[in-house]
Write a protein that binds this ligand. Structure first.
Ligand code: S3P
Length: 449
């Protein structure tokens, strides 16, 4: 825990790299912050309702705060009230033209969903982001939103910065998703809220369904039909959203780091409370189960319309498996930490069908292959996945300085790898962690003290 002490002594701003080393088992009970996807949507839908919505358990990470700032710039009032957040919405169709560029920071979700909102309002908006976000493909939302009538001037390759002009009234479309992406699905549906007529999205592979579930909570008639394994989602605009009180469940994507940490550190017995287990998000826990992880689901219940449980995770010798690519959309953000679990497993883990990982906050296949190799793991990078021959539970050698490429999940995954290493793992910068999980390091100290 030397580097954590160094932060306290020297001040966070001066500490660039951070070493995560082996320490005791993870024990006790922890609670991870609110779900990032649900937090973004709570603010957006609250801003589109007429009246006051109250949100408890909102994730106060940089990505979500970027969404809040953009919505304020378009007329919504968003304020903290004790532990809750209050949103006074402007109503669908009345978003104001932002006076300055909307700075999306590192957040793809903020960017793509807000582009959807702007597309069917008669306003012009400029979207900017950090170096990581500025490399990510926006063509996947520009295409359908252009078909609805919005116009765009983007940077080369369809990236940020970009300027877009919405069209009011926009044109409803029927859109078959060419990539399994909840962000693209949501962008089209959000544009549809202020579009007269029926907007339809066809999803060949189901992705996280928070937009559909939550819009219903805000009083929108979202119709979902399953046909031949595809999902057809429809809404008819213009829609009125009713204000809503929301309790955001804990983020399964954040819980995943602790589930893997407790699985690979001998002697661990950790309860992670209040973990959202929406079936479009819980793939990591199912795959860890297939690898032999010891996960008990306690106090199963519903929070904010989402299934939730406390997870008791105990150390177990994991075994390598072939991960079924069809499970990927339900754990798309959890592969970096799954690769860490695989590096400590007995036998080989093979992952395929993961091209999407190359266009996340970083190229996560390349970044994790390089990082794990530097830590001494046996990893082969393929076009669409990694093949990892596990150590059989032996601590990784560790050492080297890992490059996180402004990617919070690379930083946290390699922090977890450091717990199961001989020399520790040095992460070049822990700052990106604040985008999604500001108290990650503090919780790690709490669980493994
Ligand atoms: C998200 C969808 C996913 C995920 C991201 C959050 C969302 O992205 O990776 O962290 O909230 O809709 P894609 O839709 O691009 O897969």
């Amino acid at each position: 825990m030397g580097a954590v002490k160094a932060q306290a002594i020297y001040g966070y701003a001066f500490v660039t790299s951070h070493r995560f080393s082996s320490r005791g088992p993870l024990t006790g009970r922890i609670r991870v912050p609110g779900d990032k996807s649900i937090s973004h949507r709570s603010l957006m839908f609250g801003a589109l309702a007429v009246g006051r919505s109250r949100i408890s358990g909102l994730l106060e990470g940089e990505d979500v705060l970027a969404t809040a700032a953009a919505l304020r710039a378009m007329g919504a009032r968003i304020e903290k009230d004790g532990d809750d957040w209050i949103v006074d919405g402007v109503g669908v169709g009345t978003l104001l033209q932002p006076q300055q560029a909307l700075d999306m920071g590192n957040s793809g979700t903020s960017t793509r969903l807000l582009m959807g909102l702007v597309a069917s309002h008669g306003i012009t908006a400029t979207f900017t982001g950090d170096a990581s976000l500025s490399k990510r493909p926006m063509g996947r939302v520009i295409d359908p939103l252009s078909a609805m009538g919005a116009s765009f001037t983007s940077s080369p390759g369809g990236t940020l910065p970009l300027v877009m002009q919405g069209l009011q009234p926009a044109v409803p479309i029927s859109y078959r998703l060419p990539v399994a992406s909840a962000q693209v699905k949501s962008a089209v549906l959000l544009a549809g809220l202020n579009t007269p007529g029926t907007t339809k999205v066809i999803e060949p592979v189901p992705t996280r369904d928070h937009t559909e579930r939550m819009l219903r909570g805000f009083g929108v008639d979202v119709q979902v039909e399953e046909r031949d394994g595809e999902r057809i989602i429809k809404l008819t605009g213009p829609c009125d959203l009713e204000p809503c009180d929301i309790t955001v469940p804990g983020d399964p994507s954040s819980a995943a780091f602790f589930a893997v940490a407790a699985s690979i550190v001998p002697g661990s017995d950790l309860v992670i409370e209040n973990v959202g287990l929406n079936p479009t998000r819980d793939g990591i826990f199912r795959v860890l189960g297939q690898m032999g992880a010891s996960i008990d689901y306690l106090e199963e219940r519903e929070v904010g319309g989402e299934p939730v449980a406390d997870l008791r995770v105990r150390h177990a010798q994991l075994k390598g498996i072939e991960v079924d690519p069809s499970i990927a959309p339900s754990m798309i953000d959890e592969f970096p930490v799954l690769f860490v679990a695989a590096a400590l497993a007995q036998g080989t883990t093979v992952t395929t069908g993961l091209e999407e990982l190359r266009v996340k906050e970083s190229d996560r296949l390349a970044a994790m292959a390089a990082a794990l190799k530097l830590a001494g793991a046996d990893v082969e990078e393929r076009d669409d996945g990694l093949v990892i021959r596990g150590s059989g539970g032996k601590a990784l050698p560790g050492g080297g300085v890992i490059t996180t490429h402004l990617d919070h999940r690379i930083a946290m995954s390699m922090a977890v790898a450091g717990l199961a290493s001989k020399a520790g793992v040095e992460v070049d910068s822990t700052e990106p962690i604040a985008t999604s999980f500001p108290n990650f390091t503090a919780l790690l100290d709490e669980a493994a003290s």
